[in-house]
Design a protein around this ligand. Structure first.
Ligand code: UD1
Ligand code: CA
Length: 456
């Protein structure tokens, strides 16, 4: 076993969320809170992680998968009781157990790592992470002796007025040596104001056993924000969002209006790119340098090259090359590849298609299941007719072809290199390279028809 095991407490129902979803699966910055917490534990160096689940434990276990072990705490009898559920799993473990909560999504893995190092340096049986806050109400208060070691934590509901005046609080994050942790846990009782088995009593118990209990104070009070309500969820969201935007700005990205910009932590953006307001960038979206994204762009899992300009675009699961100009009002659907220098705009939808470099689809078109070469010009209002009601078929438009306005290309069909399609055609047969395809009724004019029509 590794030197560090993380135990993540996540059995609570989260009553104040008023939700059928377990609290720890509510999302912050696009990922469940528990995902952020597991990530922080991993960054801190915990190879082994144990999640204590309770309410909707199957859902929690399904989310956790193989990332951590799960133990079920059938009844929520307190934080001490929760940790006790891991005893059989950690029976043979000699080393540090880091205990954290599943509802603190802003935990910082690097801070946790530093905390673990301080615990080791203090050579303590247990170290608790504390914070000094101006409004300590609701938290456990930290009691220290003359030497500065922690002697106990008193819960708000059990505290005297004098203890309530203490501003150093328990963040609920601990490093405790095993098997001492489980020895101390077996001695705690539920004789307190809430009738619960308090994990915090382990610290007093270790102190009584003559063991050293250290307290390390963090200045990062955002990090310990525990989520109990949807209001706090929104607070965490705002803090996390701002952190991501700050990082990107520090890396050389212009964010014109942070308040209206939503970027998930997984997104990468190159230097000197500009993000205009009302832009959502999600999942594994990557934007190259010197691109201009927004206003009103939503990209989910989209790769964009350098120097591209996108405005009023929704794109998902697709690729956009460099120096492309996309929008306004473009929908890029999955499995689409847009090559360098392509122009798409004004109500254009592209799905499962490849559009070669320098091609233009400037207005009101649907391009689906198509392979469009380079230097192709697709006139206004063209439709690739890709679906016959049973199956999808591909349209091929070779390099340099010109598709006249308001044409339907009924797939499967190929328009050869440099070929033309006359405006208003419904093309059902291939057009060979260099030819003109005309597929529309011939026009005939009826002489003097209008005047006759007007006769009484
Ligand atoms: C706890 C601490 C308090 C600290 C505060 C920090 C105790 C007794 N008190 O109080 O000193 O200041 O956290 O936020 O530990 N949980 C279980 N099973 C249970 C009970 C709780 O898994 O039976 C989980 C909850 O889901 C939650 C975490 O443990 O993730 C903390 O429980 P909670 O009831 O919120 O503890 P607090 O009263 O806030
Ligand atoms: Ca709490």
């Amino acid at each position: 076993m590794s030197d560090l095991v993380a135990v993540i407490l996540a059995a609570g129902k989260g009553t104040r969320m008023r939700s059928s979803l377990p609290k720890v699966l509510h999302k912050v910055a696009g990922k469940p809170m528990l995902d952020h917490v597991l990530q922080a534990a991993e960054t801190a160096g915990a190879d082994k992680k144990v999640v204590v689940a309770g309410f909707a434990s199957e859902q929690v276990a399904a989310f956790v998968g193989r990332r951590a072990d799960i133990v079920v705490q059938a009844e929520q009898l307190g934080t001490g009781h929760a940790v006790l559920q891991t005893a059989s799993l950690l029976r043979d473990y000699h080393g540090t157990v880091m205990i954290i909560c599943g509802d603190t999504p802003l935990l910082d893995g690097e801070e946790l790592k530093a905390f673990y190092r301080k615990h080791l340096a203090a050579k303590a049986a247990a170290t608790v992470l504390t914070a000094v806050v101006s409004e300590p109400a609701g938290y456990g208060r930290v009691l220290r002796n003359a030497a500065g070691n922690v002697t106990a934590i008193v819960e708000e509901k059990d505290a005297t007025d004098e203890e309530k005046a203490i501003c150093e609080i328990n963040t609920g994050i601990y490093c405790i040596e095993s098997p001492l942790l489980f020895e101390a846990l077996s001695s705690i009782t539920c004789s307190n104001a809430q009738g619960e088995y308090y994990l915090t009593d382990v610290l007093a118990s270790l102190d009584r056993m003559g063991q050293k209990v250290a307290g390390v104070t963090t200045g990062d009070t955002d990090m310990i924000l525990g989520i109990n309500s949807r209001r706090q969820l929104a607070e965490a969201e705002a803090i996390m969002r701002r952190r991501v935007l700050d990082r990107l700005m520090d890396e050389g990205v212009t964010i014109m209006d942070p308040a209206s910009t939503f970027i998930e932590p997984t997104v990468e953006i190159g230097r000197d790119s500009i993000i205009y307001p009302f832009t959502w960038l999600e999942g594994c979206t990557k934007i190259g340098p010197e691109s201009e994204i927004g206003p009103q762009v939503r990209l989910t899992d989209v790769l964009v090259g350098s120097g591209s300009k996108l405005q009023f675009v929704y794109g998902h699961d697709c690729l956009v090359g460099s120096k492309a100009t996309i929008g306004p009002y473009v929908h890029l659907r999955p499995d689409t590849v847009i090559e360098e220098g392509v122009k798409l705009g004004n109500f254009v939808e592209v799905k499962n298609s490849h559009i070669g470099s320098g091609s233009k689809v400037p207005h009101l078109s649907y391009i689906g299941d198509s392979d469009v070469g380079s230097g192709v010009n697709i006139g206004c209002g063209c439709v690739t007719v890709n679906y016959d009601g049973r199956q999808k078929h591909r349209t091929v438009i070779e390099d340099g072809a010109f598709i006249g306005c308001n044409s339907n290309l009924v797939a499967p069909v190929t328009i050869g290199e440099g070929a033309y399609v006359a405006a208003g055609s419904t093309v059902t047969k291939n057009v060979p390279s260099g030819d003109l395809g005309v597929a529309r009724a011939k026009q005939s004019n009826i002489k003097g028809w209008a005047a006759k029509r007007r006769e009484p």
